[in-house]
Design a binder for this molecule. Structure first.
Ligand SMILES: [Zn+2]
Length: 151
């Protein structure tokens, strides 16, 4: 766990580290990734420090995803990109390098060198059923809905 004092994104939010700012409002900031996957790669960062999506307030997430949507549209149009990846990593083994929640906006072009990939694992019908059971309330319901998401 890293403190807000030491967090590199909190330092950017406080203006202690310079950034190539693209967007800023009361709750959210967006700036260019200094080590981009492609030119135009931006990071959308809630100003309030939290580490992963699970410990970020819903209201903060809502604001951040709307900024992500709008900025992704701007990036795609202004850079004449073929497409845009939105990437959000949680945890070191998921590729999260900075322990402050952020969304990557990565413009994509034909024949670029960006790799966002994973290998697929095989699961048979039984294994899929077991997984469904595990992720629902022990199989009592077909699926979760937004009002019965309890962990
Ligand atoms: Zn932070």
């Amino acid at each position: 766990m890293i403190s807000e004092q030491e967090c590199i994104f909190c330092k950017i939010v406080r203006g202690e580290i310079p950034s190539k700012k693209i967007y800023e409002d009361h709750d959210v900031i967006a700036f260019l990734d200094i080590n981009p996957a492609n030119p135009g790669h931006c990071l959308v960062v809630p100003k309030k420090h939290s580490e992963t999506i699970s410990d970020t307030d819903d209201e903060v997430l809502e604001k951040a995803i709307v900024v992500t949507k709008k900025l992704a549209t701007v990036v795609k149009e202004k850079l004449n990109a073929d497409g845009v990846n939105i990437v959000q990593n949680n945890g070191r083994h998921a590729g999260q390098l900075v322990s402050h929640i952020h969304f990557h906006i990565i413009p994509r072009f034909p024949d670029d060198k960006v790799l966002i990939t994973y290998q697929r694992v095989q699961m048979d019908e039984n294994a899929l059923n077991e997984m469904q059971k595990k992720l629902t309330e022990e199989g009592k319901k077909e699926s979760r809905s937004d009002w019965d998401m309890r962990f």
